[in-house]
Design a protein around this ligand. Structure first.
Ligand code: ATP
Ligand code: MG
Length: 138
């Protein structure tokens, strides 16, 4: 079993699609162990996406991530990290497979609905960025 950090981005909360995305997550076999809705500050968004700080899209990405509430989650399942990235679909929704969250819901490469950790190491770091252990219930 693995855990991964998921974020439902502001394009999802703005369109009232939190439940629709959660339905796809749960239908895929992943379990939502923890969840909370937050309004990120610019400082928090910049810290979370620090790995991308040299990228041309960094400022736009951080501004998008603070444009409305997000829902942060801990998901658990077999190979949860890779499994969730498959359920999410490609970064650019135009390239995302049929049935994926991004194909169904994403508005653009920036407003692409969801984040999922990309490695075991990053999952541990990202989960502890948002959650303490007593907030994560098996
Ligand atoms: P995430 O990290 O959000 O799960 P990802 O791993 O599929 O997505 P990354 O390469 O880590 O993609 O990029 C992080 C986020 O930055 C993307 O989800 C997207 O919102 C944004 N992004 C990536 N590439 C671009 C781009 N070329 N233009 C605008 N935004 C981009
Ligand atoms: Mg990423």
């Amino acid at each position: 079993m693995q855990r991964t950090l998921s974020i439902l981005k502001p394009d999802i909360t703005r369109r009232n699609l939190t439940g629709a995305v959660n339905q796809k997550i749960e239908a895929s076999g992943l379990r939502i162990l923890a969840q909370k809705r937050l309004q990120l500050t610019l400082d928090q968004a910049q810290k979370f996406y620090a790995v991308h700080q040299e990228r041309a899209f960094f400022n736009d990405l951080c501004n998008f991530m603070i444009s409305g509430p997000v829902v942060v989650q801990v998901l658990e399942g077999d190979s949860a990290i890779d499994h969730y990235r498959t359920v999410m679909g490609a970064t650019n929704p135009a390239n995302a497979d049929e049935g994926t969250i991004r194909r169904e819901f994403a508005e653009s490469i920036e407003a692409n609905s969801v984040h999922g950790s990309d490695s075991l190491e990053n999952a541990v770091t990202e989960i502890s960025f948002f959650f303490s252990e007593i907030e994560i219930v098996d």
